[in-house]
Design a protein around this ligand. Sequence first.
Ligand SMILES: [Zn+2]
Length: 210
Amino acid sequence: MEEEILEILQSEVEFQCKCVLIAAGLLSEQFAPGTADEDFDAEIVWFALQSVLIASANLSKLFWGSRGKKEAERLDLRLSLSVADDSPLRDPDLRNDFEHFDTRVEDWFRDSESHNFAGRNIGRLSAITGIDVKDRFQWFDDSTGIVTFWTHSVALPLVLAEVQRIHPLARDAVRGPAPPPISQMRCGTCGNLTPQCTCLDSQGQPIRWE
Ligand SMILES: [Zn+2]
């Protein structure tokens, strides 16, 4: 891969990781400890989940291309950020379901016998019984962090852990490693670590390293 393309894609990875992390923060605020069980705003929850899914789908496209079609071409990008082929970012099923909700509903209406639509539920998946999986659309189980659509599930904790791992790697790849703290840098004149430096500035005052 051309170095310039690699750098631009790494930069986009950094941004999409940040989007996932912002959305995950918004989501966890809704279920913060001490908050009553039903005390979340369902629209904010689904907004945050949608943001996580879109940004992680964008990461999947960056690493493997749309529907995995750029797997070979993007190897350098994956290697540069230590992304393995079994990364939880790879699976596109659930995000496709969310993205193609419109046609999923039309197919369901044609095929479902009960027409017992259950969509955008929040709560324990095990709490619901007697609903056919094909009638069960978007579901978020906040006790496990698992998002489900029909029979497809994604465990958000796995996705988030992967994004938290990749984000600093992408940042370092784009900007270079963060500089060490001032106390671990050496004075250019005496060569001592800055806390031990006794050099004087042009006014004859001790240099203040800060
Ligand atoms: Zn010095």
